[in-house]
Ligand binder design. Structure first.
Ligand code: GCO
Ligand code: MG
Length: 402
């Protein structure tokens, strides 16, 4: 069996997606996602200029060997661009393998471990009242777990607050929007938000919060401690994790569960955090961390330490990644939760799929493969549009972590 062609399709049905389509001499094709929010065309070039020429003629059934070839064979290891390109190939190859086997992908991973995938949705509002109302909407829709963010008084465009309710898209302009940040004000505000939420909705729902890398370890420890009475499911990205040791300080001061890893691209980004039990949930996902082949290694390492998965699932991860993550989630023994930010109708139409939401859970496709395809004709109607994530600045103008 041979790979006869591989093509990159860039489409922007409201936001940009980079999709790889691999075709074979047996008429079976596979689809992979390589989207890197705000830096999409770098992955396109990496795939077209450096990966696809090597793939033609290869045996698509050798998923592991091709992964090693693209990782070790490049000499230059890791990084968001390389690992997304590898992920796109890896997922397309798993798709082909599962289609050849006539099985939904989770069967090849080891079969079903659970009936449905518990997801969390994003409730946000310009102030606490509006966030409370947004959480109520999610509860009405059956969600068991909800991430809550709210505008911080005195902070211009605080992280995580959007205009709409169900669809939130941070990459909102063709040059980075400038947003504000003030740690002191946020530390006053966030505990008040969760006090109100628990007061209003009780303790039966899981509540999550994303700190989006804004705090120092000491400030994050303080926040975690203040949030303890409200029993969060997790506090996410409490501090940047380039220095994995930073989480030790947070850990020593609070029992609020910690999640990190949406920007990780390899097991090496997570190794110390996992082995020292400094986190509770690992957020790496398929497209970010080198595909299914690599993500399952991260999950297996995490499982040794009772650390559970919590795959990143923002809108910049295409339906191909979400659909594939649902197979991973259906199988992985140490599953925790899956993030679910709904795609727009336009996006869903470009990527036909049959995974579906019901009552707080997502259910993966039962079709052979991962179950997500691309409608190329429709995709061609939405040409690439440059869009960047915002930056954050403090009141004095200094750049901060967005
Ligand atoms: C999340 C995230 C995202 C990211 C986005 C960047 O927890 O879902 O933090 O919303 O900001 O994926 O591209
Ligand atoms: Mg996040």
């Amino acid at each position: 069996m041979k790979i006869t062609s591989a093509r990159v399709i860039v489409t922007c049905p409201g936001r940009n997606f980079v999709t790889l389509k691999i075709e074979t001499d047996q008429g079976v094709h596979g689809i992979g996602d390589g989207t890197l929010n705000g830096r999409e065309l770098s992955v396109v070039s990496y795939l077209e200029d450096h990966v696809i020429p090597c793939l033609i003629g290869m045996d698509p059934r050798r998923v592991e060997d091709i992964w090693q070839y693209l990782y070790r064979g490049a000499y230059w290891r890791r990084g968001p661009v390389t690992m997304r390109a590898i992920a796109a190939v890896d997922v397309a190859l798993w798709d082909i393998k599962a289609k050849m086997a006539g099985m939904p992908l989770y069967q090849l991973l080891g079969g079903r471990s659970r009936d449905g995938i518990m997801v969390y949705g994003h409730a946000n509002g310009a102030d606490i009242d509006r966030t409370v109302a947004a959480v109520a909407t999610y509860i009405d829709m059956g969600y068991k777990a909800i991430r809550a963010q709210s505008g911080v008084p005195g902070v211009e465009k605080a992280y995580g607050v959007s205009g709409g309710t169900l669809h939130y898209e941070p990459a909102d302009a063709d040059l980075p929007t400038v947003t504000g940040w003030d740690t002191r004000k946020a530390l006053n505000h966030v505990p008040q938000l969760f006090a109100r939420l628990r007061d209003t909705f009780g303790f039966d729902y899981h509540l999550l919060h994303d700190a989006h890398h804004r705090y120092t370890p000491q400030e994050a420890a303080n926040l975690g401690k203040m949030l303890e009475p409200y029993q969060l499911f997790w506090l996410e990205d409490a501090t940047p994790a380039e220095n994995q040791e930073a989480f030790r300080l947070i850990r020593q001061h609070t029992v609020t569960p910690l999640a990190v890893g949406e920007i990780f691209n390899s097991i090496w980004d997570a190794k110390d955090l996992i082995q020292n039990q400094l986190i509770d949930y690992i957020r790496a996902t398929i497209v970010g961390a080198g595909g299914l082949t690599h993500l399952r290694r991260i999950a297996d390492l995490a499982g040794l330490y009772q650390i559970r998965t919590g795959c990143h699932g923002a809108t910049d991860l295409s339906p191909v990644t979400l659909g594939t993550a649902l197979h991973f989630d259906t199988w992985v023994p140490n599953f925790g939760i899956q993030e679910y930010m709904r795609h727009t109708e336009e996006t869903d139409a470009v990527f036909p799929h049959d995974y579906h939401y019901k009552d707080g859970y997502l259910f993966c496709s039962e079709q052979p493969g991962h179950g997500v395809d691309i409608d190329e004709e429709l995709a061609a109607k939405y040409p690439y549009q440059r869009a960047y994530l915002p930056v954050a600045r403090l009141a004095d103008g200094q750049l901060w972590n967005w």
